[in-house]
Write a protein of this length. Structure first.
Length: 222
């Protein structure tokens, strides 16, 4: 989930629409008070934060995020109409992970978001795909923030697919990496596990695509 705190309705609506169309679940907020309420209910994977805001400015919001243990490491990209070097330095020194000046192109913003999410996943081990989030270290799977229980093999299949987003993995590759070279069962075992995995993931199950005659891949649905 990506949160956008932006008081300009047209910008907010356009960015949220584009992110959702790219398979990135996103919510927009015109006021910091609404943003804080949402953060208290569900932690986002990344925050897009405007500087010029009513109630309190974006730098104040950033300072509070970094001062709170629960949100201290939350990835933040600052969005602002201010393009001076000073404002950029203030934002980055305040703890922002990246900075995009308005007017910005959506392709550039999407590229910055994806790059920051990849970097964050590498640092903390979290795997994400649209509304699906997996913490391999704690063995936790969440869909829209709701935890889902998987068997060990289902979990290993899911993690292997997530670590190779968009790449087709053959049934043989899945067997070798999840069950091991000594596995003597049929490749149909993979199909059974993927079927139950899709069911347990609910609406996120559509991310796992069957490549007929070969295997499976995972990617957000546009």
């Amino acid at each position: 989930m990506i949160y956008l705190l932006e008081d300009d309705d047209s910008i907010r609506d356009f960015v949220i629409y584009t992110l959702n169309s790219q398979g990135m679940e996103a919510r927009g907020f015109p006021l910091p008070s609404l943003f804080w309420q949402a953060v208290g209910e569900q932690m986002p994977a990344l925050v897009l934060l405007d500087i010029m805001l009513p109630e309190e400015d974006g730098l104040s919001v950033l300072k509070k995020l970094r001062a709170t243990p629960r949100t201290a490491k939350l990835p933040v990209i600052m969005l602002t109409a201010k393009g001076t070097e000073y404002d950029k330095v203030v934002g980055l020194d305040g703890g922002a992970d990246d900075y995009v000046a308005k007017p910005f192109g959506m392709m550039e913003l999407l590229s910055r978001i994806r790059a920051l999410l990849r970097r964050t996943e590498t640092e903390n081990g979290t795997l994400r795909c649209g509304i699906l989030e997996v913490d391999p270290g704690q063995h936790i799977v969440r869909v829209r923030g709701q935890e889902t229980i998987l068997t060990q093999k289902e979990f290993e299949v899911l993690c292997l697919l997530l670590r190779n987003p968009g790449q087709v993995l053959s049934r043989e590759q899945l067997i070798e990496n999840v069950w091991g070279y000594a596995f003597t069962g049929e490749s149909r075992t993979v199909d059974v596990h993927v079927r139950t995995l899709r069911q347990k993931l609910g609406e996120a199950g559509v991310y796992i695509e069957t490549v007929r005659g070969y295997g499976y891949k995972i990617s957000p649905v546009n």
